[in-house]
Design a protein around this ligand. Structure first.
Ligand code: BG6
Length: 482
């Protein structure tokens, strides 16, 4: 039997460990995907038994069975990433040989550098030819802006080789996000249409009903929606939608193409961004607080909980096509999707059915297009292609219709959680779904250009500031309602 892999989680008492990381590891252990030992590290004094009991209490009911079978492989080391990690090194050695060690930094971002420096000091990152592998997973936020992301990359590269660094973005672990890439490059019928000649605009939405969850305000208030979601998850979605085809599935070839497209994104020249913050309101019949009333949010907060922007990709394929990105908390419903809107035929021969025109807040009208491809990421995992069909009868009136595919109908809803897939890839040394240094920097390059437009208040449970509809100027359509 091979020795196990040791997974060391820093921030073992944190929310992410119990909610995502341990369930993902239990999933892997249950499927026999890898032989694992989990070593939690945090500052509070706990024994192995105490740590197991703490985890048992925090885990979702559905994971309890798997936990009982796996708990003998869970250990705990009291440690401070800002101090000496010799004790951790000794304990890892005492647990026996391993094929490799994965250090997962589920920490506040200001602790990434001290953690890596102290791991290196304790000799835990050294990996010569033939040694068991050593890898480090870093959670977001990776930097605060381009300058800090560069500085962080620079420091990490003093202590680790790039191929030892796994910068995680959990959206890339979602099946439906990976399918953006697979669907595009395995179905040749769409490729001839996937460009400025046939696509009128692309909109990407990540809408959440949730507000700022308990205990997260201290983090969220320093970043806001732009840095929390748009700079990372949403730009990753955009990169997959807009990248050029790679010549192979080699991780570097894929990441090269993503970097190329990220480097070509520019904000639309005039008024490209709308920022908002939710006020008190109603969601699903429940009254909810405004952002400023959430525990831990300062009265002088300037964090946005909604951001919408219009960008373009300055390259041969996409020049002139608006890419509209929108994310908000406390919107009426949770849904994430990519909606690709195709152009209309050059001449309108047919009557449109019913009222399919929308009025923008400034009075301009636009009518909706019949052809769109919607790639639903969550909660529905689906795909649909909209087109017009003739309404039966003597006239020549067209009505909207759809061809649809749903993962649940086809595969029975058996998609693995994002963290499970990503952890498995990190254990197997496949970096494809992790962000490379230049990829993170290219994303910050764009995010840094989003200026702080005035913060507009929207009631919780509404679709955000109506001003965001104006981002559609000059093209037809409006924000999807999911
Ligand atoms: C996290 C953000 O990265 O993603 C959260 O920090 C957000 O604010 C979450 O709610 C959304 O993830 P998902 O997988 O629930 O869409």
């Amino acid at each position: 039997m091979n020795p196990p892999i040791q997974i060391v989680i820093f921030g073992a008492s944190g929310d992410l460990t119990a909610r995502k990381l341990v369930p993902a590891l239990l999933g892997l252990a249950q499927k026999g995907s890898a032989d694992l030992q989990l070593i939690g590290v945090a500052r509070r004094p706990l024994t192995d038994t105490g740590f197991r009991a703490q985890l048992r209490g925090q885990l979702p009911e559905a994971d309890r069975g798997a936990f009982e079978a796996f708990q003998g492989c869970i250990h705990y080391v009291q440690g401070d990433v800002e101090g000496d990690l010799e004790g951790l090194a000794k304990r890892l050695d005492a647990l026996g040989p391993s094929v490799g060690r994965l250090f997962y930094l589920s920490l506040r971002p200001n602790l990434f550098v001290p953690a890596v420096e102290n791991l290196a000091c304790a000799g835990l990152l050294a990996q010569e030819n033939g040694d068991p592998w050593r890898r480090v997973v870093i959670e977001k936020p990776f930097g605060w802006d381009l300058a800090s992301a560069r500085a962080l990359n620079h420091t990490l590269h003093r202590l680790l080789r790039e191929e030892q660094i796994y910068r995680i973005d959990h959206y890339l672990g979602k099946e439906t996000v990976q399918n953006l890439f697979a669907f595009r490059f395995n179905n040749a019928i769409f490729e001839p249409l996937w460009n400025r000649h046939h696509i009128e605009l692309v909109q990407i939405t990540v809408a959440e009903e949730l507000g700022v969850e308990r205990g997260r305000a201290a983090y969220y208030d320093t970043v806001g929606a732009l840095r929390d979601m748009l700079q990372n998850h949403m730009l990753q979605i955009l990169a997959l939608v807009a990248m050029e085809p790679p010549s192979s599935l080699d991780p570097e070839t894929i990441r090269d193409q993503k970097v190329n497209v990220l480097k070509s994104i520019r904000l639309w020249p005039s008024e490209p961004c709308v920022r908002g913050r939710y006020g008190p309101g109603d969601i699903g019949g429940q009254t909810v607080k405004g952002y400023l009333q959430e525990d831990g949010v300062g009265a002088d907060s300037d964090a946005e909980t909604y951001v919408a922007l219009r960008a373009e990709i300055v390259n041969w394929r996409w020049s002139g096509v608006p890419f509209l990105l929108r994310h908000g908390k406390r919107l009426p419903k949770r849904f994430s999707e990519v909606r690709v809107q195709f152009k209309v035929p050059p001449i309108q021969l047919f009557d449109r059915f019913g009222e399919d025109a929308r009025t923008l807040p400034d009075g301009l009208t636009c009518s909706l297009r019949p052809n769109h491809l919607t790639l639903s990421i969550q909660p529905r995992e689906a795909l649909s292609l909209g087109f017009g069909v003739k309404v039966p009868g003597s006239g020549m009136t067209m009505a909207p219709a759809e061809l649809a595919f749903d993962y649940r109908d086809r595969f029975g809803g058996q998609t693995a959680p994002a963290y499970e897939r990503l952890l498995l890839d990190a254990l197997q040394g496949d970096p494809t779904l992790f962000l490379r240094d230049d990829e993170v920097e290219a994303s910050w390059q764009l995010a840094d250009t989003v200026c702080k437009s005035p913060l507009l208040e929207y009631p919780a449970g509404s679709w955000g500031p109506p001003e965001a509809e104006n981002l559609f100027h000059g093209c037809e359509g409006g924000w999807s309602r999911g």
